[in-house]
Design a protein around this ligand. Structure first.
Ligand code: NAI
Ligand code: MG
Length: 489
């Protein structure tokens, strides 16, 4: 492992203001905030700090575009065409967008270029293809009536996104919103506004009409909260922490907004003794360390059947020792910095808690270097279910290994969390796999794989991991209202 001080790459920053009604404008207050390069802790750029006044202007622009703009009267197929055009522009600019993402977020350039961007482009294309395939049904009701339903856009969608997958979260949110005919006010995370702002400019350049997409950068309790309370905003789609979702639920009560939430997790990744152990080790490694451990679905509780525990830990240690932490722009880097000081401090404090509570730290356990928010990939062995590192979402490169002997007890323990986002099982026994898939209460179950995502497959949580689903047809429906029309014949 090494962490050389990352050189600042040549990345041009062209969009730093609010994007409202198709125009780039400073915040009404004139305020700005710094976005930081997490690898160097240095400022990249000053960004307009939007708040209530800017959100109000953006909501009005989105409302106007929805009610009377060309968006509401455009043929669905033409909406789809504009979305395909945006996806194509992203593909044309994939290298620049990847560099911008890595600069702002810290994730390795290879991940931005080969994982995040292709998934984002794929998602936009998936929903672009849906634009002209959204329709209702005819229903045989009693009497001499024609009854049919229409699927209509929900209206103005307020979208609040986090910093862990900035571009991908834009695609997950804009895709279904635009396909269904909604207009959008987005608030990107204060840590990572740059790629969202750049995508707004690309949307303008490909011809998405003014006011359809609006972006207001700023902080959660100001800009985010204003969006949640705004009477012209019909829906809030939020990804982030469950505590923030609780605030949003309360603050949206007066306007009864439609809500969809993608929140955190403490996902169990369960390895049975009959598993292909090398594949399971790789699945545990990727399932937790991907994206510096900053994944809502991170496999942060790894349960291993006791008879193969020692072999598993030894192999995982070996694999983890090869992991290169450092400059996210270097070709051979596997892991970049955490996104900011707050996340860095949170992770290190959980590592301390793990040590104090008596778990065995068998890899990592400290920061890397003395500049930038780098944390060594960390493995705790002999973790008990009640330790903080086994119950709380750490959102960093900290993996907990627990053991089990009995399947029934393991399923009870896997479910013993208030989260329910994802789970995985590694076994060659098809009955065990299906039993696990049916009984573990989580929105996604992976069998002999981890982190397999596709725009067509719904994703979301049980319990405190959220409600509603993103992606797939379910994700689209969350941006529509059903209308029933009954005609006397
Ligand atoms: P957060 O939930 O505070 O931030 C996510 C987004 O919500 C940001 O755009 C933020 O500005 C906005 N926000 C914050 N407070 C708001 C409010 N009162 N009203 C409206 N919008 C608001 O998450 P944060 O503080 O960045 O991270 C804290 C923890 O949350 C992480 O350590 C991690 O455990 C979890 N998290 C989970 C994510 C996921 O993908 N499920 C993503 C990010 C964080
Ligand atoms: Mg927060």
């Amino acid at each position: 492992m090494s962490a050389t001080l990352p050189a600042s790459p040549e990345v041009k920053i062209t969009e730093t203001e609010c994007f409202i009604g198709g125009e780039w404008v400073p915040a009404v207050s004139g305020k700005t905030f710094a976005t930081i390069n997490p690898a160097t802790e240095q400022e990249i750029a000053q960004i307009a700090e939007g708040d209530q006044a800017d959100v109000d202007a953006a909501a009005k622009a989105a409302h106007k575009a929805f009610e009377s703009g060309p968006w509401s009267t455009m043929d669905a197929r033409d909406r789809g065409k504009l979305m395909f055009a945006l996806a194509q522009r992203m593909e044309d600019e994939i290298d620049d967008l990847a560099r911008l993402e890595t600069l702002d977020n810290g994730k390795p350039l290879g991940d931005s270029r080969n994982v995040d961007l292709p998934l984002a482009i794929d998602c936009l294309r998936y929903y672009a293809g849906y634009a002209d395939k959204i329709h209702g049904s005819t229903i045989p009701i009693r009497g001499n009536h024609l009854c049919y339903t229409r699927r209509e856009p929900v209206g103005v969608a307020g979208q609040i996104i986090p910093w862990n997958f900035p571009i991908l979260m834009v695609a997950w949110k804009w895709g279904p919103a635009l396909a269904s005919g909604c207009t959008v006010v987005m608030k990107p995370a204060e840590q990572t506004p740059l790629t969202c702002l750049r995508l707004a400019q690309l949307a303008k350049e490909v011809g998405i009409p003014d006011g359809v997409i609006n972006v207001v950068p700023g902080y959660g309790p100001t800009a985010g909260s204003a969006l949640v309370k705004h009477p012209l905003v019909d829906k809030i789609a939020f990804t982030g922490e469950h505590r923030t979702a609780q605030i949003i639920t309360r603050e949206s009560a007066d306007t009864l907004k439609r809500l969809t939430f993608e929140l955190g997790g403490k996902s169990p990744n369960v390895i049975f003794a009959d598993a292909d152990m090398d594949a399971a080790v790789e699945g545990a490694y990727v399932g937790l360390f991907l994206n510096q451990g900053q994944c809502c679905c991170a496999g942060s509780r790894v349960f291993v059947e006791a008879s193969r525990h020692d072999e598993f830990v030894e192999k995982l240690q070996k694999r983890t020792a090869q992991r290169k932490v450092g400059n996210p722009f270097a070709d051979d880097t596997d892991q970049g910095p955490q996104v900011d000081q707050a996340q860095f401090d949170k992770i290190l404090s959980y590592i301390e808690k793990g040590k104090q509570e008596g778990a065995d730290c068998v890899a990592g356990g400290e920061r890397v270097g003395d500049k930038g928010y780098f944390v060594a990939p960390t493995i705790f062995d002999n973790v008990r279910d009640d330790m903080a590192i086994a119950t709380d979402e750490i959102f960093g490169p900290v993996l907990s290994v627990l053991t089990f002997d009995d399947k029934e007890d393991m399923i009870r323990r896997a479910n013993n969390t208030f989260y329910g986002l994802a789970a995985a099982v590694w076994t060659r026994d098809i009955s065990v796999a299906h039993d696990f898939a049916a009984r573990v209460r989580a929105g996604t179950i992976w069998v002999n794989c981890y982190d397999v995502f596709d725009a067509a497959a719904p994703f979301g949580g049980f319990k405190m991991s959220g409600y509603g689903r993103e992606l797939g047809e379910e994700g689209l429906k969350a941006y529509t209202e059903n209308k029933t029309v009954t005609i006397a014949l």
